[in-house]
Design a protein around this ligand. Structure first.
Ligand code: AHR
Length: 326
């Protein structure tokens, strides 16, 4: 009996050691996520949970920073103190990163900037992965140029969160194209914070200030803002779609593209949230001691409503919808 007990104890100790060894083998990844402001963000967060699993060799701590820059900085410092293996930052705002990036570097922890960009020297971080937000703005502008073919229009813009590289890039790209069009007037541009409520509030105030005749085009920096703007227009009895007010959006989420397919959002420029595998491959390359590029582009494309022919973006159809991953 004693022998059996000793054997059971020995086996239990062995399995304990094995589990500990396994846990120690996992790479600890700290990810400071922007928040939960949009459908895009939720898809991006889910994608990280799907990819950075224990089975794949990772222990992921993802913090929802609820659009709070100070919290994001504090959480990065916490990851440094806990000696994480990698720190991934999705920066809420572009500015204000130099000090904390230096601290990560001094701690010797590789740092990856994901999705959005920082306004800091690229020597302060290991590598970046993300979409080209300025190119997204250019695509939206070029599509409008093609669609309007010289027509005079008044444009309202519902911006993404002030100071974020997503809002800055999309505005810059769109404005580059608008600069070639004296027949376009950008009447107003306000922050809708990338949320549906924000988009609705800004659109309600635009309608109050400019009335239904005061605009022809609404550019929304993401799909959720576009849903809010549509709610506000519905409530005011303002029609949108082909031959009515033109809505342009960014993200091309499933719901956003459903509304493009329905001819409500006339142009929807993708910002691809499926980025975790790319980040994981970068980490694997770094683990293997390989050189990685300073920036890895996540490719995306644009879409327009059925019945609109375009050389700039893809015309939506059921077939296009069926091949979408999110
Ligand atoms: O950084 C990506 C942007 O942030 C997406 O366009 C938007 O939906 C999100 O909140």
């Amino acid at each position: 009996m004693k022998k059996i007990l000793a054997l059971v104890c020995a086996l239990a100790m062995l399995s304990c050691m094995f589990v500990t060894a396994q846990a120690e083998d996992l790479l600890k990844i700290g990810y400071v996520q922007v928040g939960h402001e949009s459908d895009w963000r939720m898809a991006n967060t889910q994608n990280y949970f799907d990819v950075f699993t224990k089975e794949a060799g990772f222990e992921l701590e993802l913090i929802d920073c609820d659009n709070d820059h100070a919290l994001q900085l504090a959480k990065v410092r916490e990851f440094i103190n806990k000696d994480f293996d990698y720190i991934v930052i999705d920066p809420i705002q572009e500015a204000g990163w130099d000090d904390v990036l230096k601290e990560v570097q001094e701690a010797g922890i590789p740092c990856i900037i994901a999705d959005r960009a920082v306004a800091a020297s690229d020597e302060l971080y290991t590598t970046a992965v993300g979409t080209d937000m300025t190119a997204e703005g250019v695509t939206a502008g070029k599509w409008l140029e093609e669609y309007l073919a010289g027509k005079e229009v008044k444009i309202l813009v519902i911006e993404g969160s002030t100071g974020s590289s997503a809002a800055i890039g999309r505005a810059e790209g769109f404005n580059q194209v608008a600069a070639d069009h004296p027949e376009w007037t950008i009447v107003d541009s306000q922050d809708g914070d990338f949320t549906q409520n924000g988009g609705q509030a800004v659109m309600e105030s635009f309608i109050k200030t400019y009335g239904a005749d005061g605009f022809d085009v609404v550019v929304c920096h993401n799909d959720n803002e576009a849903y809010g703007a549509m709610d506000a227009m519905d409530a005011a009895g303002i029609k949108y779609g082909v031959g009515e007010k033109i809505i342009i959006s960014f993200d091309a989420t499933n719901e956003g593209l459903t509304r493009t397919l329905a001819g409500k959002i006339l142009c929807n420029v993708e910002c691809n949230p499926i980025q975790a595998v790319i980040v994981m491959n970068v980490i694997k390359a770094l683990q293997a001691g390989e050189e990685v590029a300073k920036f890895t582009l996540v490719p995306d494309e644009g879409f327009c409503a059925p019945g609109i022919e375009s050389a700039i973006v893809t015309t939506m159809s059921e077939e296009v919808m069926a091949r979408r991953a999110y």
